[in-house]
Ligand binder design. Structure first.
Ligand code: XCC
Length: 660
């Protein structure tokens, strides 16, 4: 067993890893150790398995084979592998969006009686984007047309996706000129699967541009529709407080954990656990009630709308079971480790898969069905309650933190300007005056190859210290939640200008914007900032950057493609999957910027990532003619000294990751 403190920053996970080790329980880190040494060709992206003549491994930096059997060189092999990752990521996010649209349609047609339209205002806004008439029409008719128009975006064959008009005009023109304007969501994914088949596209440039186009189809298509429709069905998030980490599991209640990405069933489970009959039933089994918690992005969904506690992020999933306190884990789609199946057999935890797209051999499957959603949710919750008497000794770490979550772009608009003056003007003014140096999105996963949460925490702490406002989603947001960075109190870690804004508006310096698909909220914020005026007229003019410090999933590659394609300097941590090709690396980091104003770089060192991003932000400020950032100009308000004392004390007293 690897030393716990080197593989996670999370004290709760450290304790549980130790416990698992004592019990001989195998975890992802053990399996990673069993994979050593990892294949050097695969690590550099230089292995091709696209046809059945190989696998071919090429050696552009050495004396080995320079070409695959068909003649494909390192550039082609790497660009094809990268494009396929982007396609798989875009397909996953967007198919999630399709399922949300199908649920919306079922709700409108009366086939999903447990789902309502919880945000009519959002429905009207989305109807506007999709050119669905609303005047003198019934809500259910508008809903049906919105769902059908959304679904049509997936199968559209030609033209442009409707939502691209939400991007600045200049950006749309750049996409057309560069040939990356997305035509239809499914089409861009299939296009990559076709062009990467043996004997098709063999030029790294066009392969990478296809990856960017598929990413844009995800970001400005499938994922953006997913965010919008989820808000329509379950409500647009507004700030609320919640708890984070394993300490939110209960010693005396039935613990049910939802895990995955789609909120369709978890929202019903939330209703079911509050049903007085269910609570009474739990009491009849000796429990004090039912406690719901979440993992990964299903957690982000139930967290930001309902305040359901976040038990942990990606690398916490096995350890939640190792507490011995989870009666039931209900999983839907994406980021669910197959290891959960055998692991739950060593504990009393029951595991249930619910998506027709995500089965695990030997694991009970209860398929989600919109017609009987609440009934199915109650059936599943009952399984958890029935399992409570089987609970043995528990080991719930006491670690818990608090957070304020649920900052949709609509709420940011409102928070900064009020109901009648809502706009991004105050935010733009803060950047223009230098009170804020810039803004950054920090998103993405955990990765077993890097110390859990460490790079997220380092990146975010350094950015806010430099007066860069941070918005977060996914497992990165949950990482920061576990260390108190999503609270207004975290303003004490911020630079003077950002701290003053947080104190004035009452917001944390790190804003939780939701799950992975909600990275589209960041696109919307950027687009609105660019359109507001005063900071140029395109996303690439803004003093900002994007990070995925601990990424691991193919979805992160799609996200990287759509951020870079939208004009953002995007930095992904860890090992580079394109390291084996100088041309592909250069194309993504230099040529893309010349054509689209954004770029994608893989930088293993978090410090270097922050340094480069800040340099980039300052360069953008200079290009806009804004005053040079000066930390001393702001932040001399009354409690400045006290805040510094508090931040220092907290760094010492709490086990908070501190800057290198
Ligand atoms: Fe999965 Fe969304 Fe990554 Fe977390 S962050 S490990 S994709 S749950 Ni999107």
């Amino acid at each position: 067993m690897t030393e716990a403190c080197k593989i996670t920053s999370d004290p709760a996970i450290q304790k549980l890893i130790q416990l698992a080790g004592e019990n001989g329980v195998e975890l992802s880190w053990d399996r990673l150790a069993a994979q050593q040494p990892q294949c050097g060709f695969g690590q550099l992206g230089l292995c091709c398995r696209i046809c059945h003549q190989g696998p071919c491994r090429v050696d552009p930096f050495g004396e080995g084979a320079q070409l695959g059997v068909c003649g494909a060189d390192a550039d082609t092999i790497i660009a094809r592998n990268f494009a396929r990752m982007a396609a798989a990521g875009a397909a996953s996010h967007s198919d999630h969006g399709r399922d949300m649209a199908l649920t919306l349609l079922a709700a409108a047609e009366g086939h999903a009686p447990d789902y309502q339209i919880r945000d009519v205002r959002k429905l009207m806004a989305v109807a506007g984007y999709l050119d669905v008439p609303t005047k003198d029409r019934e809500i259910k008719d508008i809903t049906k047309d919105v769902a059908l128009k959304a679904l049509a975006q997936f199968g559209q064959q030609t033209g442009e996706l409707v939502y691209v008009k939400r991007a600045p005009k200049k950006r749309q023109e750049l996409w057309r000129k560069a040939g990356v304007m997305p035509r239809g969501i499914d089409r861009e994914v299939v296009d990559i699967m076709h062009r990467t088949h043996m004997g098709n596209d063999q030029w790294y440039e066009s392969l990478i541009l296809a990856a960017v186009r598929a990413g844009l189809a995800d970001g400005w298509g499938g994922s953006m529709l997913s965010t919008d429709i989820t808000d329509i069905l379950f409500g647009s998030p507004v700030p609320l407080s919640a708890r984070a980490n394993m300490g939110a599991l209960s010693e005396d209640m039935v613990n049910i954990v939802v895990h995955g990405h789609e909120p369709t069933l978890s929202e019903m489970i939330l209703v079911a656990v509050q049903d007085p009959e269910m609570v009474e039933y739990a009491k009849s089994k000796g429990a004090k009630g039912i406690n719901l918690g979440g993992l990964c992005c299903t957690s982000n969904e139930t967290l930001m709308r309902q305040g359901v506690a976040a038990i942990g992020n990606f690398l916490s999933q096995e350890l939640a079971i190792a507490t011995g306190a989870v009666e039931l884990m209900v999983v839907d789609i994406q980021c669910i480790m197959q290891a959960l199946g055998p692991l739950t057999q060593r504990y009393h935890t029951k595991l249930v898969t619910t998506s027709p797209k995500a089965h695990i051999e030997g694991v009970m499957h209860v398929e989600v069905n919109e017609e009987h959603a609440l009934e199915i949710a109650k059936q599943v919750v009952k399984m958890g309650i029935d399992n409570f008497p089987n609970r043995k000794k528990t080991h719930i770490p006491k670690d818990i933190d608090h957070m304020v979550v649920g900052f949709s772009h609509e709420y940011i608009n409102y928070a900064l300007g009020g109901m009648y003056r809502g706009s991004f003007r105050p935010l733009n003014d803060a950047v223009a005056s230098g009170r804020l140096r810039g803004a950054a999105g920090v998103v993405g996963c955990n990765n077993t190859n890097s110390c859990q949460d460490e790079s997220h925490l380092y990146t975010v702490r350094e950015l806010i210290k430099n007066d860069v406002l941070v918005v977060m989603t996914g497992c990165g947001a949950l990482a920061c939640a576990k260390y108190g960075l999503l609270t207004p109190d975290a303003a004490k870690y911020a630079g003077p200008g950002l701290r003053e804004i947080c104190e004035t508006v009452g917001i944390p310096p790190v804003l939780h914007l939701g799950s992975c698909v909600d990275n589209t909220r960041i696109l919307t914020v950027l687009s609105q900032m660019a359109s507001e005026g005063g900071l140029g007229n395109d996303i690439s003019d803004l003093p900002g950057a994007g990070f995925a410090p601990e990424w691991m999933s193919e979805k992160a590659i799609s996200i990287g493609c759509y951020f870079a394609g939208s004009g953002v300097y995007t930095i992904m941590g860890g090992r580079s999957p394109i390291a084996g090709s100088k041309h592909v690396t250069e194309f993504l980091s230099t040529t893309l910027e010349e054509r689209l104003g954004g770029k994608l770089e893989f930088l293993p060192d978090a410090q270097e990532g922050v340094d480069r991003a800040i340099k980039h932000i300052d360069k953008k400020r200079a290009a806009l003619g804004l005053p040079e950032y000066d930390a001393k100009r702001f932040g001399q308000s009354g409690d400045a000294v006290m805040m510094k004392v508090l931040a220092k004390r907290d760094d010492e007293v709490l086990n908070v990751y501190s800057a290198k």
